[in-house]
Design a protein. Structure first.
Length: 276
């Protein structure tokens, strides 16, 4: 029986298993294979937005493993994987989210893999090897984290008042965008408990899901940055979106529990966080 005609629950189980295996193997490659003289392969949007040789190797590993099991699926990957596919399933892959952290030897980086079925994200896996944690979600089944061989459910925090909320964000790599984002962050800081900047959108979204952050926002993300983390955050009880009335997108991505999401979204709209 072709995979695309399987019952949804059976299909989701298959997709989850493949995402877990691919993320684990790519994470091991990145963790254990990181050369001491790690080279920058080329730049992305600017000279300080880098892609390493390891990003490329990890994406090849992931697409090769998944494609070997499901040759009719589509792919969208940060490092160039792009195939339409014919099965109704598309994989959205960030083989190394937090490349600059990885390049500098900082621990906040992850492998992010999401699977869409007929245009809807149904499986998300974010594997953070140096945290020893793998965050996972299946549409309609909730979200959980695996650490030290044990699974535990993920649940977003109860909402504090916005002025007591710990909010994370990120910054782009072009001078113009960073300048605009810095102005928004400067205006936001006096209105919240504090701001964090972790360097991995996928991990930030999972930290909202785990109750380690009260909220997260960023302008300039791509689908591979947020696809898996978005599902994980939503299945853990957080709200996600962009500008009022819009889904999360490159223009703006916001994630927070109900009660923080709404005032944070309103404030970011007033501050023009989607501009620049």
């Amino acid at each position: 029986m072709p995979n695309e005609t399987l019952p949804a629950e059976t299909l989701y189980d298959e997709l989850l298993g493949l995402a877990q295996e691919a993320a684990d193997k790519a994470g091991a490659l990145l963790r254990d294979g990181r050369p001491t003289d790690l080279a920058v392969a080329h730049t992305k949007s600017s000279p300080i937005d880098v892609v390493t040789e390891m990003d490329i190797a990890a994406e090849k590993l992931i697409t090769g493993l998944i494609g070997g099991h499901r040759p009719d699926d589509g792919f969208l990957g940060e490092e160039g994987a792009s195939e339409e596919g014919t099965s109704g399933v598309r994989w959205i892959i960030d083989p190394l989210d937090g490349t600059v952290n990885y390049l500098y030897g900082l621990p906040s980086w992850a492998v992010s893999i999401a699977a869409e079925h007929n245009g809807e994200t149904v499986v998300g896996v974010v594997h953070a090897p140096l945290r020893g944690e793998t965050y996972q979600a299946v549409r309609g089944r909730g979200a959980w984290v695996t650490a030290a061989g044990e699974d535990r459910p993920l649940k977003a925090r109860e909402a504090p008042p916005l002025e007591r909320a710990l909010i994370s964000t990120g910054f782009g790599y072009t001078t113009e965008r960073r300048t605009s984002q810095a102005a928004v962050a400067a205006a936001l800081i006096p209105r919240v408990r504090d701001i964090r900047r972790g360097g991995s959108a996928a991990i930030d979204l999972c930290d909202v899901a785990a109750g380690r952050l009260d909220g997260y926002y960023e302008r300039g993300l791509n689908p591979w940055d947020y696809a898996a983390g978005d599902l994980i955050a939503r299945e853990a009880g957080a709200l996600t979106g962009g500008r009022p009335g819009d889904a999360l997108s490159t223009a703006l991505t916001i994630a927070a529990p109900p009660g923080v999401f709404e005032p944070l979204q309103e404030l970011l709209e007033d501050l023009g966080a989607w501009q620049g």
